[in-house]
Design a protein around this ligand. Structure first.
Ligand SMILES: Cc1ncc(COP(=O)(O)O)c(C=O)c1O
Length: 402
């Protein structure tokens, strides 16, 4: 039987019960973003214009990179990066099976073939030690993902890429604020791609960016973002109408001024929000580290973890039941991710089988992401940790909290 709560805990539980359910994620957008949107509404340009340029400068500056191009998604940013690097049919790109499916579908959209390499069992990040063995004459790039917000070993990946003449495209959908060994996202790669999807650390609902230091790539990426056109609506507005041309096949990936207006004020809170997420992560870690049957992914020395998600790894036989029991207690969780090489389309298309990438498959079967967002009250962390412990160990005493 559960140990009785102390009076203090009971009072606190009642107080918290008033604010349940515990959502998986809540954005913190409000008046600063509304004010910026109003500024856009007051001007003539809803589509790509000055606000987008302002955001691009802020974002590139934050990362210490020369160029940022704001787009409609990370998927688009990945796709454009591959095209700008002339990676297409007949080419292979080495990547991870422990990611959101877009990492690989972007490669397939470009006409190239994802070649999976297994991940580090304790972080879920692409295992740099296994990359070399997967390189063939067709390999053109390495596409690592900084899973959950922990950067991959970019120094090791760059060394391999240089030795074999490969490009690196970073999928930084989880990692704006991270760093490792003094290296920031985008610093050692040819391009780095970011997501501003609804649950990301920096969000405008849907959006993304590609950053690069390379002049030749930014020259290709700009027209790729908008139909290969030589003039944009903003040029028209500034210079008056001039005939434009299409000099290459481009896509429709341009971010608009309204999306940029939502992102600009968030750049000022990025570091403060990271501190909040770090505080929540530490609390979760304190409460869950010793719960039998709960494993936490590890970090790496000399790393600033961007703390995008807070996953736990549990016995695969109990994972889905745990999700169900937490849901009954109105605690929302998500699985990030089941190993993508086993999803029907990729499995069929790429000929993958169960057992091909054991570390990714194990994490995919064990993982669930707990509620985690910067404005989340610490009490919610206590409630969630308590619920996880009591579902996994119904007979054990309720963990002391607070
Ligand atoms: C690791 C990873 N890569 C790529 C993407 C795709 O991002 P977007 O939805 O902005 O295209 C996501 C989005 O969730 C992601 O988590």
């Amino acid at each position: 039987m559960d140990a009785p709560y102390s009076d203090y805990q009971c009072a606190r539980k009642e107080r918290i019960a008033l604010t349940l359910p515990v959502p998986f994620y809540r954005h913190d957008l409000g008046q600063p973003e509304l004010t910026e949107i109003a500024n856009v509404f007051a001007g003539p340009m809803l589509t790509t214009g000055e606000k987008v340029g302002e955001f691009e400068r802020l974002f590139a500056g934050y990362l210490g990179r020369r160029y940022a191009l704001a787009v409609t998604s990370c998927t688009g940013a990945l796709h454009m990066s591959l095209l700008a690097l002339d990676i297409g049919p007949g080419c292979e790109v080495i990547t991870t099976p422990m990611t959101f499916v877009a990492t690989s579908t972007a490669i397939m959209e470009a006409g190239a073939r994802p070649v999976f390499v297994d991940v580090e069992p304790d972080t879920g990040n692409l295992d740099a030690r296994l990359v070399e063995a997967a390189i063939t004459a067709r390999t053109r790039a390495i596409l690592p993902v900084h899973l959950y917000g922990l950067m991959c070993d970019m120094r090791a990946l760059r060394e391999i890429a240089d030795r074999f003449g490969l490009a690196i495209i970073e999928d930084c959908a989880h990692c704006v604020e991270g760093a490792r060994d003094g290296i920031c996202p985008g610093e050692l790669s040819d391009t780095a791609c970011f997501s501003f999807y609804a649950t990301k650390n920096l969000t405008c609902g849907e959006g993304g960016a590609v950053v690069t230091d390379r002049d030749d790539l930014i020259e290709k990426l700009r027209p790729l973002r908008l139909h290969g056109m030589t003039k944009t609506a903003a040029d028209r507005q500034r210079e008056g109408y001039r005939h434009w041309d299409v000099t290459m096949l481009g896509w429709k990936y341009n971010m608009d001024n309204i999306q940029a207006a939502i992102l600009i004020p968030q750049m000022r809170r990025l570091e403060a929000k990271l501190k909040e997420r770090e505080r929540l992560a530490q609390r979760y870690t304190e409460l869950l580290a010793d719960v039998p049957g709960v494993k936490l992914p590890t970090s790496r020395p000399n790393s600033i973890h961007a703390r995008h998600l807070f996953p736990i790894w549990v016995d695969p036989a109990k994972r889905d039941q745990l999700i169900g029991e937490l849901s009954k207690r109105r605690i929302e969780t998500v699985v990030n991710y089941r190993a993508i090489h086993l999803l029907t389309y990729l499995k069929n298309e790429l000929g993958c089988r169960q057992g091909d990438f054991p570390a990714a498959e194990r994490i995919g079967a064990e993982t669930l992401s707990l509620p985690f967002y910067p404005t989340m009250p610490l009490e919610f962390v206590d409630i969630v940790a308590d619920a996880v412990a009591s579902v996994l160990h119904p007979a054990a005493a309720v963990r002391a909290v607070g």
